[in-house]
Write a protein that binds this ligand. Structure first.
Ligand SMILES: CC(C)(COP(=O)(O)OP(=O)(O)OC[C@H]1O[C@@H](n2cnc3c(N)ncnc32)[C@H](O)[C@@H]1OP(=O)(O)O)[C@@H](O)C(=O)NCCC(=O)NCCS
Length: 141
């Protein structure tokens, strides 16, 4: 992901998450200021149809966000994005984790297919009070 990609990524963010706490400046900040951050876009016919971000701190990787454009969902692209960053992170980190809304069963299904397991719950994690499930995968497996 480059700075020029951010407006299109942010459009995708807005259609993908109802109560997102991300601002457009947060994306610019991640790209310009956060040395732990790695962000990728997926393109088709030069349009951005998906994106994913992660932080890698020492041997721990954490997915910060992932989305596929609504019209491209259900074709395996979310799994492709996640597999890509699993491979990317496994060169550096030993464990990858993420938080997912308790009611986001599609995302949880995708994470489970990629080997993530439930690690616990964060109560009232989201601004609207919904709990988060913590999921993690061992990158050495
Ligand atoms: C989560 C997301 C990235 C997945 O992307 P995608 O490209 O649709 O994912 P895939 O096509 O790789 O896989 C979708 C899987 O969910 C399954 N699925 C579809 N609807 C489902 C439902 N209602 N309940 C459970 N699983 C469902 C599909 O069958 C498929 O699984 P399969 O491969 O076993 O058949 C996408 O749905 C998205 O952008 N959602 C909005 C943003 C979001 O919630 N991000 C995650 C934040 S933690």
């Amino acid at each position: 992901m480059s700075q020029e990609d951010v407006p299109a990524v942010f459009d995708l963010e807005r259609v993908s998450f109802q109560n997102s706490s991300w601002t457009i400046d947060a994306f610019y900040h991640e790209l310009e200021q956060n040395n732990f951050a790695h962000y990728f876009v997926m393109t088709y016919d030069e349009a951005i149809i998906g994106y994913i971000g992660l932080w890698i701190v020492v041997d721990q990787a954490q997915i910060t966000t992932v989305a596929v454009a609504p019209e491209y969902r259900g074709y395996g692209l979310g799994q492709l994005l996640l597999n890509y960053v699993k491979n990317f992170a496994s060169a550096i980190a030993t464990m990858m984790s993420l938080e997912v809304r308790e009611n986001n069963l599609v995302a949880q299904h995708v994470y489970k297919k990629l080997g993530f397991q439930y690690g616990g719950k964060r109560k009232n994690y989201y601004g609207d009070g919904e709990d988060a499930c913590v999921m993690w995968v061992n990158l050495n497996d």
